[in-house]
Design a binder for this molecule. Structure first.
Ligand SMILES: Cc1cc2nc3c(=O)[nH]c(=O)nc-3n(C[C@H](O)[C@H](O)[C@H](O)COP(=O)(O)OP(=O)(O)OC[C@H]3O[C@@H](n4cnc5c(N)ncnc54)[C@H](O)[C@@H]3O)c2cc1C
Length: 345
């Protein structure tokens, strides 16, 4: 098979890239080992409102679970810090599915249950995971949009090494919550706990740095106990998920005929773990650079747009988060809601 662009992964990064390229008439093939785009969800599902302004077609009513205004932070020393954070908690499975549908309607071809295996004689090897049938794809550009543990990035010598481990339950809440709730606790080392409301339910999760030797599920259970004691959630688990969050910042996004987008390229924020919007934007910028005729524009655009923010976050993580015994010192220096975070050091 011969295509202009092979996209590996139909998350927000890959599908957005495919959507924009197909609209410009390029021959695009998307492969993903999932059965259906968007399922299973491994996410707390918040996106900032700016993403809707940039991509209104990705935000029909039924994709939005709840609108939120602020992020409210609960510190271990008793201070509660509120920060504006307008946006939406999504139905992520519908969001991802919709972008993939838009890409298909624009002309991109999708092969589901198909995994990227590697490169051979200048071609890409893909395999149907049910039949084990292998085939070869010739492509002018290969887009690695295959998420945090990207095989495309690994095989091009460009993989993220540091991750946060996460675990999340979906739980009923006892009364409506209008904001995103963030908790800093010593049993969630170098990370945080979250309660992101979705109407009568909430995504309740923790992300920890696994190098502290803490079991992420144990950490989540302690967090849930605290929330039960405070009367925030009901004692019922309706769903479970989790996954890895890249915690290093931007990788080299272009290597020969391979470009990385989304989590595969380290676009996820190394401290907040927010990566959906950056995945969409990176996929979009990559498509624009290719259509514009100069892929180097992609490198420049993402460096200008994301470089300083992601570098700052990665540096703060490296500098301060090697301990978790003094949260009153560490949290203000490593979290975006505090003025200390924005001071140079
Ligand atoms: C628990 C958790 C909570 C999170 N909460 C938030 C949040 O609230 N807000 C936010 O902005 N971000 C959040 N994130 C991060 C966010 O989910 C990611 O940044 C986002 O999904 C990145 O999109 P992507 O398209 O780069 O990758 P993904 O969405 O991971 O998509 C990658 C795709 O590649 C496919 N794939 C992987 N390997 C192969 C292969 N070899 N062959 C074929 N296909 C392959 C996968 O099946 C997948 O469909 C969270 C992450 C986790 C784990």
């Amino acid at each position: 098979m011969k295509v202009d662009v092979l996209v590996v992964g139909c998350g927000p990064a890959g599908s957005t890239c495919a959507y924009k390229l197909a609209k410009e008439g390029l021959k695009v093939l998307v492969v993903d080992f999932k059965r259906k785009p968007g399922v299973p969800v491994q996410c707390a599902e918040f996106v900032p409102i700016q993403l809707q302004h940039s991509f209104p077609e990705f935000f029909p009513e039924d994709v939005i679970a709840q609108r939120v205004k602020d992020m409210v932070h609960f510190t271990p020393w008793g201070e509660i810090v509120r920060m504006g954070s307008e946006g939406y908690v999504l139905h992520r499975e519908r969001f991802d599915y919709l972008i993939a549908e838009l890409a298909k309607r624009a002309g991109a071809e999708f092969l589901m249950r198909t995994q990227f295996l590697g490169f051979e004689d200048g071609k890409v090897v893909i395999e149907n995971v049910d039949t084990r049938r292998r085939s070869f794809v010739e492509a002018d550009l290969i887009v690695g949009a295959d998420g945090p543990r990207s095989k495309v990035a690994r095989l091009t010598g460009n993989a993220t090494q540091k991750f946060l481990a996460t675990a999340q339950f979906t739980m009923p809440i006892t009364q409506p919550i209008e904001d995103l709730l963030i908790y800093f606790r010593d049993y969630i080392p170098a990370g945080y706990g979250w309660v992101f409301p979705k109407g009568k339910l909430a995504n309740v999760g923790v992300g920890v740095d696994p190098s502290f030797g803490v079991n992420v599920m144990e950490s989540l259970k302690i967090f849930v106990k605290e929330l039960l004691k405070e009367g925030v959630v009901e004692n019922k688990i309706l769903g479970r998920t989790g996954g890895w969050i890249p915690a290093e910042g931007l990788k080299d996004v272009l290597r020969g005929r391979v470009a990385l987008a989304g989590d595969a390229g380290g676009f996820c924020h190394p401290i907040t773990g927010g990566g959906i919007a950056n995945a969409v934007y990176s996929g979009s910028y990559l498509a624009e650079a290719l259509v514009g005729g100069d892929l180097e524009d992609y490198r420049e655009e993402v460096e200008d747009t994301f470089g300083p923010t992601l570098r700052r976050a990665a540096l703060k993580r490296k500098k301060y988060m090697n301990r978790c015994d003094d949260l009153e010192y560490i949290v203000p220096r490593t979290w975006i809601a505090f003025p200390e975070y924005w001071r140079e050091d």
